[in-house]
Design a protein around this ligand. Structure first.
Ligand SMILES: [Zn+2]
Length: 451
């Protein structure tokens, strides 16, 4: 049998002529057999594509900064030469250089499109009103446009390359795990009772968050949180609210408005009355970590713990729909230790320092992103509007700096997301969120992303 095998391999390699000097060929194959075996073993042991695309994707690539335009232009051209895959991902932009060698993208404005939403929000990644307005003014000056409302359909808008958003420049990153079975696990009824969901409602106490015509962010967020809590508990999940409103408690509000009160506490021990918004966020971070550690110690698996924080936004009025923030592994500090004596007075914050592990950070980013995708898909299924161009983000640019919400940026919970349920500065979003039915629909969309 062995003899037959060697003869066949010999025939394959050397052709029919091998028969004439068969003994010679046979010796050659036997002599080289260890080499073949080594190569075969190497082929089997070589790992497939990494589950997590490491952060060095970003190493050496430009970080988007309005205040450092010159270095970006240089870095971008180097990056583009280095890796053609990272070149501009949108087919709707063309690129050219002007007579002075400045590179810009060109977008042809379609009927009904406005500079703010169709260009600045879409291609520059800006959403905060001030950022959108500053960039719009710069782009108008670059194009010699005096009035943004007088731009005709078909106008070619030149966008200096340094104003393009990082995701447009470098291509969408895929920090998703290819082998995760989390989705199917979570949908298995037998496991619903094992799911632990930490829920947060943004702001509260002396900090109402953003307020529009008597509607305050903290009360709306709390109402959505309470609705979500009910839905999850009905499915058998264990829910840990970080915040408690002593006035409205666990009751969803359905009146013409939700009266703003200052009676929200962070549920640390003893409860922290939210007198200082910065301390209130830090207390939440400590509380999340405390709940997480307790659950892990009691044998709960990482994949069965989630953190969902609910907020409402105040962005440029042209922006609407749900946006989801998830933690950026590259932005994580090594430790979290806010200074202040107040933290020694509460059981959960007494530990003073939370430490992070880079490998864990990558997993958290990966799994949080994956859940964010499911959440956006769930919103679309329930006809809850989502941000048109980039609903899932790791950060926003604030005054040229990256900013990721602290509650997710410092969370060690494997799936941590912050949901901006609506933009209160957008008329459509504002009108929708005032309706109790719509708030229920958002809670439903989040719950269905979990189950
Ligand atoms: Zn907020």
């Amino acid at each position: 049998m062995q003899f037959y095998f060697i003869r066949e391999i010999s025939k394959l390699i050397f052709g029919k002529r091998a028969l004439s000097s068969f003994r010679q060929r046979q010796r050659w194959i036997v002599r080289h057999m260890p080499l073949f075996l080594c190569l075969a073993a190497l082929g089997c042991l070589t790992p497939g594509p990494p589950r997590y695309k490491p952060a060095d994707d970003r190493a050496g690539k430009p970080s988007y900064s309005l205040s450092n335009n010159r270095s970006i232009v240089r870095d971008v051209s180097v990056a583009a030469e280095e890796d053609s895959q990272h070149q501009f991902t949108t087919s709707e932009l063309a690129f050219e250089k002007d007579s002075r060698g400045r590179e810009h993208a060109i977008y042809v404005l379609k009927a009904g499109e406005a500079l703010y939403s169709a260009v600045v929000v879409r291609f520059c990644g800006a959403v905060i009103a001030e950022e959108v307005n500053v960039l719009a003014e710069k782009i108008m000056a670059y194009n010699g446009i005096k009035n943004s409302s007088m731009i005709p359909t078909g106008a070619k808008i030149k966008i200096p390359i340094e104003y393009l958003g990082e995701e447009i420049l470098l291509g969408k990153k895929t920090y998703r795990s290819s082998s995760s079975t989390r989705a199917s696990r979570l949908r298995t009824p037998a496991r619903l009772g094992d799911l632990h969901v930490i829920l947060d409602a943004g702001h509260g106490g002396t900090d109402p968050g953003t307020t529009v015509r008597g509607w305050s962010e903290d009360e709306i967020a709390y109402d959505v949180m309470v609705r979500l809590k009910r839905l999850l508990e009905r499915k058998g999940a264990l829910v840990y609210p970080l915040v408690h409103d002593a006035d409205t408690r666990d009751t969803p509000q359905s009146g013409r408005t939700i009266k703003n009160n200052r009676n929200e506490n962070v549920q640390v021990t003893p409860p922290y009355k939210m007198d200082d918004s910065r301390v209130a966020v830090n207390m939440r971070v400590y509380l999340v970590d405390d709940i997480y550690r307790r659950l892990r110690r009691s044998g709960v698996r990482d994949e069965d713990i989630m953190l969902i924080s609910i907020h409402l936004d105040h962005l440029h009025p042209s922006v609407n729909g749900v946006m989801v923030y998830y933690p950026d592994a590259a932005e994580r500090p090594a430790t979290y230790a806010p200074s202040g004596n107040i933290y020694a007075s509460y059981t959960e914050s007494r530990i003073s320092t939370i430490q992070y592990d880079s490998r864990e950070n990558e997993q958290i980013e990966s799994e949080s992103y994956e859940f964010a995708e499911r959440l956006i898909a769930s919103c679309k299924r329930l006809r809850v509007p989502v941000h048109e161009y980039e609903p899932i983000r790791r950060f926003v640019n604030r005054s040229g700096r990256r900013w990721t919400p602290g509650i997710v940026n410092f969370s060690r919970v494997r799936t941590s997301v912050l949901v901006e349920a609506a933009n209160l500065a957008n008329n459509g979003d504002f009108n929708r969120i005032r309706s109790a039915q719509f708030r229920q629909r958002i809670a439903e969309a989040i719950a269905r992303a979990i189950f």
